[in-house]
Design a protein around this ligand. Structure first.
Ligand code: GUN
Length: 282
């Protein structure tokens, strides 16, 4: 039996419909500011997508582009200005940053109430301690995608492969908040394939093209592929397409988690606007 394909485009459209309805009665327009340094082609493409989507929703959106050698101190000063600007709801600095810039200094400079990426240590702490805050977009997108397709995570055996600050670690926290039983595996995990085979929900965010083959997957498992690997002309996920033969559901690459990341950035931008004005998001 072939796995059901979990479309991120479909689930993202549902998020946009919900956001449009919530925007209707609001006396303000959410304002997103995206900062990009240098001309990394993937970053250029991602930032364009974010800006386009924000405008399509009716948000205000402005992208600021700085040269690759833009000084760290100047970037920190610019963030302080945006923090102090009462019109600005969300600030996002596209990663990766040039090597001379310390990402932790930049991420910690952003006002936690405007931190639509959810990377500030205060938001990380709130995520793990169960509080209200802004949480990272890709993990939020994974959970929203699963919920859109009716996956009940409560008590489920979830395995994540990949322990990045952007995906694996925050996803572990979010899945715990959904009452899943979570294993956070990574490149040093012993018997990784056997660990993966325990999963009822397997999320792969390892950044290694086609790492997970069908022998890694428990029959009937739900598999989420967060990988986007450029190999020559092709975009490959971390999951081999043969996994569709054993999984009950699988996200495509592209068109799975990718669209959900942008959708949850829009969700976070509205949430930030509401948090800053009312101290609550709904
Ligand atoms: N680069 C890759 N993913 C992300 C993300 O979620 N946020 C930012 N700011 N940069 C990224």
């Amino acid at each position: 039996m072939a796995a059901r394909l979990l479309s991120g485009h479909e689930a993202a459209e549902a998020v946009y419909a919900e956001l449009k309805a919530r925007l209707q009665g609001l006396p303000f327009t959410p304002f997103l500011r995206v900062l990009r340094l240098g001309e990394d082609p993937a970053s250029v493409a991602y930032v364009r997508l974010k800006d386009k989507r924000a405008r399509a929703l009716g948000y205000r959106s402005q992208v600021e582009v700085y040269p690759e050698d833009f000084p760290e101190e100047a970037l920190l000063r610019r963030i302080q200005e945006l923090n102090a600007d009462s019109e600005v709801d969300g600030i996002l600095v596209q990663l990766p940053l040039p090597r001379h810039i310390r990402p932790e200094r930049v991420l910690e400079a952003i006002d936690p109430l405007k931190d639509v990426d959810g990377f500030h240590p205060l938001n990380v702490g709130r995520l793990w301690s169960g509080g209200e805050g802004l949480f990272p977009c890709t993990p939020l997108g994974v959970v929203r995608l699963l919920k859109h397709y009716g996956v009940d995570l409560k008590g489920k055996e979830a395995v994540i492969i990949g322990r990045s600050n952007i995906v694996g670690k925050p996803l572990a926290a979010l899945l715990l908040r959904e009452d899943a039983t979570v294993t956070l595996a990574h490149s040093k995990t012993e018997a990784l394939q056997e660990v993966a085979r325990r999963a009822e929900v397997l999320v792969v965010a390892a950044g290694r093209p086609h790492l997970v083959g069908k022998d890694w997957v428990r029959p009937g498992a739900i598999v989420v592929d967060v990988g986007i690997n450029r190999v020559g002309e092709k975009l490959l996920g971390d999951v081999h397409p043969e996994v569709a033969e054993v999984a009950s559901a699988l996200t495509p690459v592209p068109g799975g988690v990718g669209p959900m990341t942008v959708a949850m950035l829009m969700h976070n931008t509205l949430k930030a606007a509401l948090l800053r004005r009312h101290g609550a998001s709904s």
